[in-house]
Design a protein around this ligand. Structure first.
Ligand SMILES: *Cc1c(COP(=O)(O)O)cnc(C)c1O
Ligand code: SF4
Length: 446
């Protein structure tokens, strides 16, 4: 099955390579300097597979995969970027650069949607770092060793985890604490390993977290999900890497023990599915009995067209993957650069879904993963003479909120839930009082 796929040794590229990466020589010196300035603030990492096989260098800087992994001047405010450029021109000492970068980072809303305050649960009265439990049936776990990625997406809201600001870091102490927590929570059916990218871990590290959950005492855990971008950023992980076969054997074991293994794969663009090694990785993962479900945020400059999404979903379905979520980009990091009005997101979703068959219409979107829950924009309508957004929860902090339609005043510029006001002169959305109660209860407990 893997004929003609030669192994590749991984090489990372970061800020220090901007001057000597041959492919970048077609940019001007000024552009490279700006790139370095942005790379001081937003984490920059790419690798030789992305550089050699995913990016079309005849199409930079507009190539979507280039935008996805390489920093670009406009990702920062000019008020932030210009002083950084100045410091680099002056050869400022490392410590000065670092302090200037941290100063900018702190203003970039690194932990949106109350992630840090409200989602960390407690075990025997102590907070459990490395776990988030927001929706009753699903627990997110963040293995410490998986808090990095094979490359970094420029829009990513997880970036505080990569840059060494320790007080912001979600970290996992150890698998044993996770097990204790899961034992005490029989209502949990799904465990989602996430990061960073847990597939940056070796098979034996993954097994430390996963294998205990295959024992009879965890019969309530029916599904193990792994959130990963590795099939896109480093498909060799499943094909020719030394660890590839051990990883697939672990996947097989999960399936053989009667659990559902769902690989939640991030794909921003169909180009990430278009290389022989990317397709071989998908085939090999599916052959273990795992399902691959796909999700991505809608991001300006990368995938803000219906054609891109329609083609991506079609390719995913033909490769046997199941399109799952289209997210609205979160309000964090370089959001001004990447964000798209909600109404435009809805139009793109609609135009895209009209072009694909029912098998690709499993994808839900556009969805905001916000403080009260996952809110979908179901449409724009006119009710009693008022133009409104029709919204609904796909997931709520209270299960009962799910799938109850609600309405917000139409706003062409809104990019997030907190830009929206209730329609029909109401002063609150239906869930707001209850949400306040839940959050108060949580902060009292902590
Ligand atoms: C999306 C999400 C989940 C999983 O939700 P599903 O609808 O089951 O895919 C769980 N926890 C958090 C915090 C999430 O954002
Ligand atoms: S792979 Fe995921 S966690 Fe890693 S940088 Fe991209 S979006 Fe963020």
């Amino acid at each position: 099955m893997n004929v003609n796929i030669k192994s590749l040794k991984m090489r990372f590229y970061g800020a220090k390579d901007i001057d000597n990466l041959a492919q970048l020589s077609r940019l001007s010196e000024q552009e490279r300097l700006a790139m370095k300035a942005v790379a001081q603030v937003l984490p920059f990492r790419t690798n030789n597979y992305i550089v050699e096989q995913l990016i079309d260098w005849d199409n930079i800087p507009d190539d979507p995969i280039f935008r996805l992994t390489f920093p670009h001047q406009e990702m920062l405010d000019s008020q932030d970027c210009n002083p950084m450029i100045q410091l680099l021109t002056e050869n400022a000492p490392k410590a000065v650069l670092k302090e200037a970068a941290n100063e900018i980072r702190r203003r970039l809303n690194p932990h949106p949607a109350g992630q840090k305050e409200y989602n960390v649960p407690t075990l025997n009265g102590q907070p459990v770092p490395g776990i988030q439990h927001k929706y009753r049936e699903t627990v997110l776990i963040f293995p410490t060793a998986g808090q990095t990625c094979h490359a970094y997406c420029t829009f990513c809201f997880r970036w505080p985890q990569f840059v060494g600001l320790d007080d912001l870091k979600f970290a996992t102490r150890e698998s044993g604490i996770f097990q204790q927590y899961l034992q005490q929570h029989q209502e949990v059916s799904d465990v989602l390993l996430t990061g960073g990218d847990p597939m940056t871990m070796k098979a034996w590290q993954l097994a430390l977290y996963i294998e205990p959950l295959l024992e009879p005492e965890f019969d309530h855990i029916q599904t193990i999900r792994i959130g990963t971008k590795s099939i896109s950023y480093w498909p060799y992980r499943y094909v020719t890497d030394e660890d590839a076969d051990n990883t697939l054997r672990l996947f097989e074991k999960i399936v053989q023990r009667g659990k559902h293994l769902a690989i939640m794969a991030h794909y921003e663009h169909w180009k990430e599915l278009d290389t022989p090694v990317a397709q071989a990785a998908i085939r090999r993962i599916r052959a273990t009995g795992a399902q691959i479900r796909t999700q991505a945020p809608l991001v300006r400059h990368i995938n803000d067209s219906a054609e891109t999404w329609a083609k991506m979903w079609q390719m995913q379905v033909s490769l046997g993957c199941i399109p799952y979520y289209m997210f609205v980009e979160r309000q964090t990091g370089a959001k001004d650069y990447f964000e798209i009005p909600l109404v435009r997101g809805w139009e793109i979703y609609r135009e895209a879904i009209q072009q694909v068959s029912g098998l690709a219409r499993t994808v839900r979107g556009p969805v905001m993963s916000a403080l009260p829950g996952k809110v979908a924009i179901d449409g724009v309508s006119e009710i009693g003479g008022e133009k409104v957004f029709v919204l609904s929860f796909l997931q709520g902090r209270e299960s009962d909120w799910c799938k109850r339609p609600f309405f917000a005043r139409f706003d062409a510029d809104a990019t997030w839930l907190n830009d929206l006001k209730p329609a029909f002169e109401e002063d609150k959305f239906f869930y707001e009082n209850q949400l306040e109660e839940i959050l108060t209860r949580k902060s009292l407990k902590d």
